[in-house]
Design a protein around this ligand. Structure first.
Ligand code: GTP
Ligand code: MG
Length: 375
């Protein structure tokens, strides 16, 4: 009855393989996870973490089980369900058309980036706070080399405080500086500017020693499409200098802009790998609008989103019913989308899928992360 999932070739840290139990419903294959080892066995040792959240330093005592900012240490049922969900997404996506997008401007940027990197004192890597693992470019470490790095989780308004704190602790344990920002309203942007200057501060110390005049610190902002890179720059500059819009692929060219006399910022087109091996990650990019629309089938993606939302404790099948007045049958998201198409759009599933995806992207289901830090 139990089948073991083959380990995915993806290097994603979220990639976990464990036992699943498959059950077939009418049109959909539904995977039900079997019991897992208790998460307590892999509980991390207590640490004291200095974490920057939304521009404020939090000194979190992570030995506490729960505190005023909702910090949870002990694994609970929800966390175990997240591990199973990750495996199930992999099963659900196997039968679908692969999500791939590598337009010409990304190919061109990848070549140019190598040259521009030579100029950068610090790299600001921007990820989508809803999916920080799926918006990790596989080449990022190679691009960074020995350069100083700041990790930004943007769209901090789209996840809960609990999720923010869990991610902050996860990255702090790896010694990675993380800043949570809101590119739309500006939270965390000033902190980001100050940190970039301070991290690259030794540049001018070295120049002085060599008898050279001081120069601006150069920070390159790179990341997946539509994660909010240009918006963040506009927030830092307090002016709309860089084009920003709610769709991937808006920025097509690299552009250096000046912030005062001591910081230069590089806005860059969103980067994706040429081939996305991890299709669970690719589906999440599609759900979050971090990959071009041509890359995926709307109905497939909305169907998976429905199945995910039904399993995410903060949403669940009840919230889906309340919004669309449709009962999720046999965990078949695609059927749900088709029924919505029949009920509201004269049988047009594409429009129904677009409605569900737009609702999610506009936060109609509340604060919803599609990933959790690996245990
Ligand atoms: N809710 C929310 N929306 C944001 C945030 N940051 C940016 N946005 C919105 O997200 C959309 C995309 O922002 P951009 O700044 O164009 O993203 P980008 O990373 O430069 O995108 P590309 O140039 O396509 O790579 C815009 O509509 C922004 O208003 C944020 O923190 N929260
Ligand atoms: Mg942009």
């Amino acid at each position: 009855m139990f089948a073991q999932l083959a380990p995915s070739p993806s290097p994603s840290p979220a990639n976990v393989s464990h036992f699943v139990h498959r059950r077939t419903f009418r049109q959909c294959t539904y995977a039900v996870s079997a019991s897992l080892p208790t998460a307590n066995s892999s509980r991390p040792p207590p640490i004291q973490a200095n974490i920057i959240v939304g521009g404020k330093d939090l000194n979190l005592d992570v030995t506490r089980k729960d505190d005023s900012i909702g910090f949870k240490l002990e694994a609970n049922e929800d966390e175990i369900d997240w591990m199973n969900l990750e495996s199930d997404i992999r099963l659900w996506t196997r039968a679908l058309r692969p999500v791939q997008w590598y337009p010409g401007h990304i190919m061109k940027t990848e070549k140019e980036l190598r040259e521009q990197l030579k100029l950068m004192d610090v790299v600001i890597e921007v990820r989508d706070a809803r999916i920080p693992l799926s918006t990790t470019h596989p080449k990022m470490d190679a691009w960074l080399g020995n350069r100083k790095r700041i990790l930004v989780l943007n769209r901090e308004d789209m996840i809960s405080n609990d999720d923010r704190n869990d991610w902050a602790r996860y990255f702090a344990k790896q010694g990675i500086k993380v800043i949570f920002t809101n590119g739309k309203l500006g939270m965390g942007a000033m902190k980001l500017g100050r940190l970039a200057k301070s991290l690259a501060g030794d540049v001018n110390g070295k120049r002085r020693e060599k008898g050279l005049l001081p120069r601006s610190v150069r920070a390159g902002i790179i990341g997946y499409p539509n994660v909010g890179k240009s918006s963040l720059i506009n927030r830092l500059l307090k002016r709309k200098i860089c084009a920003a819009a709610p769709r991937p692929g808006v920025t097509r060219e690299m552009k250096w802009v000046k912030l005062g006399k001591d910081l230069d910022l590089l806005d860059s087109p969103g980067m994706l790998p040429m081939r996305i091996d991890d299709q669970a990650a690719a589906i999440k990019l599609a759900i979050c609008d971090d990959i071009g629309e041509k890359a995926y089938d709307f109905t497939d993606v909305a169907g998976i989103l429905v199945q995910m939302l039904a399993r995410i404790p903060e949403v669940g099948a009840k919230a889906l019913y309340n919004r669309y007045k449709i009962q999720l049958e046999g965990n078949c998201g695609k059927k749900f989308v088709k029924t919505l198409g029949l009920n509201l759009f004269g049988g047009d599933s594409h429009q129904a899928a677009f409605r569900i995806l737009t609702d999610f992207r506009k936060g109609k289901f509340g604060y919803v992360s599609l990933e959790r830090p690996p245990l």
